[in-house]
Design a protein around this ligand. Sequence first.
Ligand code: ATP
Ligand code: MG
Length: 287
Amino acid sequence: MIKKKVAAKKVTKKIKKVVKKKVVKRAKKTSVGFYGASQCSKKRKSRNSIERVPTGIVNLDRIIEGGLEKNSTNLLVGGSGNGKSIFATQFLIEGLRKKEAVLYVSFEEKKTEFYLNMLELGWDLEKAEKDGKFFFLSYTPEKIRTMLEEGGGDIETIVLTKKIKRIAIDSITAFVMLFDRDVEMREKTLALFSLLRSWTCTSLLIYERDPLIDKRESSRILEFEADSLILLYFTRINKERERFLEVYKMRGTDHSTNIFPYRICRGAGVDVSRKPYPGSLHKFQIK
Ligand SMILES: Nc1ncnc2c1ncn2[C@@H]1O[C@H](COP(=O)(O)OP(=O)(O)OP(=O)(O)O)[C@@H](O)[C@H]1O
Ligand SMILES: [Mg+2]
């Protein structure tokens, strides 16, 4: 009797094993993504027809399918000292590496000081300028307004004659502040964006705002119009302030929705971690 029971148990175990194998096999065959889409790929590799412009920030390019969309207008938002100018320079340096002509339009920084700061990070902009590939323009927000209203101007001349492929504007904040009324601000922003797109170069516009504590209407208008929005955070986690990067939106891109820690260091500039931040920045946010 006991022998019979043991034998029956063995048979049931065997049957269960075979059934389990079959179920797993079938599940693998008909495997679907988390939300049911069988086409969802685990790797963020550009598979669509959009041409990409690498930012030069290795782990950022990895999470945005290889880079920014070619000819797109991108917004980089962050508070004071977050590394916005370094990020923008790194994006242009990557262009130089690819033998592209690039333009840095600055509203605030003095050229000599800026070049010295960037040299500290290992980027010789003076040499790049002498080589005829890097262009630096000190500009005023009013001049941008004139350029939009009357056409032409120094920026357009450089972009068209030097065949600029990448342009960084540091920063767009003062330009937006020229307008009191939201309607006018939106109108001028749209005009600027469409002008940038008509030049067929990829642009990176910097906007000064701490994404955790500052919610300005002007920023919202820009953020709506831009093709992509990258946020930089710089917040005190424990004893130290830490830096984080988030791709908030990027049209036509299956980008990561995580937040990634980053550092700024000599020789590398903005260095984004491969691993996302496991915690949350929610508690630091002012609603
Ligand atoms: N050579 C360097 N090595 C390491 N970190 C550096 C170096 N140079 C600058 N940094 C870091 O980068 C920060 C400044 O970066 P950056 O000028 O790009 O910031 P920003 O967001 O443009 O600031 P601002 O709002 O003042 O324009 C410094 O406060 C410092 O923490
Ligand atoms: Mg700056």
